[in-house]
Design a protein around this ligand. Sequence first.
Ligand SMILES: [Zn+2]
Length: 95
Amino acid sequence: MTTYERYERRRPQKQKEEQQQQRFLRPRNCRFCADSKIVIDYKNTELLQGLVYEDGKIRPRRQTGSCAKHQREVTQAVKRARHIALLPFVGEILR
Ligand SMILES: [Zn+2]
């Protein structure tokens, strides 16, 4: 079984239309570049929660639209937040 198949198995398959719409809705520009007021900080759990899956994994750049520079900051912040237990290493979806 490939990693991708496992990934698909964990997340229930959605309708094709819905999937395509989601792909379409992906932001084109990095929102952190667009708005300099947003600070990527490990204490800002509200922001970080939107950048990880429910199972705790960090969402990839292709989904969030962040640029490489800001994705690195996001990764660092999420890892720091996990270390001090503000974010989970493993979420509740996985059994
Ligand atoms: Zn950026």
